[in-house]
Design a protein around this ligand. Sequence first.
Ligand code: PMV
Length: 312
Amino acid sequence: MTSRAPAKIILCGEHAVVYGQPALAVPFGALTADVTASAGIPGSGLAIIAHDINQSIRLAPEERNGLAYAAQLILRELDKPIPDMILEVRSSIPIGGGLGSGAAVTAALMRELAAWFGHTFSAETLNSLVYQVETIYHGTPSGIDNTVIVYERPVYFVRGTAPITLSIQTALTLLVADSGLSGSTREAVADVHRQFDADPAHIQSMLTQIGKLVDMVRTGLEHGDMSVTDLGQLLNDNHAILRELGVSSPELEQLVSAARNAGALGAKLSGGGRGGNIIALVTSTTAEHVANALQRAGAAHIWQTELEPISD
Ligand code: PMV
């Protein structure tokens, strides 16, 4: 048996989403977390082997590691004793890359452990279980990562409300470029909090501005009547505010500039920032040129993905 969950891309609205503003995110199926269960020898208990990070964990009541916590939550939810089994975790999603690696690994692990007992969770239940593990990684996550990863649909997300599936009328080509540096979402979120506490009115106006941009992007995507040039400009505007909030980095700036100079219609950091990834809105004619420029600017990996029209 193997269970899988995709990575995710935040199109716009990160950070502001923590403060109740909307954000848009899409699943990113080119990268996945996969968890495979196999039987352990009797009396061996539950072992979790995370191959990419060279970690091997044996489930114990006091273990507070995120993977172990995910397994404990499932056993509690299903009211099952610790089984004799091995859960092997493999993920192609960069850690700390703003692509939702933590939530994807958790979702895949939870699905696989539940399947071992012949159970399938509803998306709603799985989403709230994954969220509980996210709090270990992030402190006070908005819930956008677990939501888009569990539902595997483009979402318009507002913290504390049911996700709205985003319908998309305009096909978009995006490049995702990894700076190769991992950024701490927890620290970036905490820094924005400190700024908010120091000057609430100013920071709130920036966050509100991000929310307005997100709503414009949503309308543009849903109605299909906004040019990709205008969509790109909104992404650029969103990035400018994120930079002002201090969550960009020299490496991300270099990638964003390289993408724009090579003809991307818009480029911004995606996710927590301070490292991780940028996204660039391109066309089928500019994609290769922009990708080459991103490579020259130091991108560790570049992926191309198409957002296909989708209606609810
Ligand atoms: O996990 P990341 O790095 O994609 O960041 C999540 C997005 C934030 O808005 C920065 C945090 C959150 O909880 O929504």
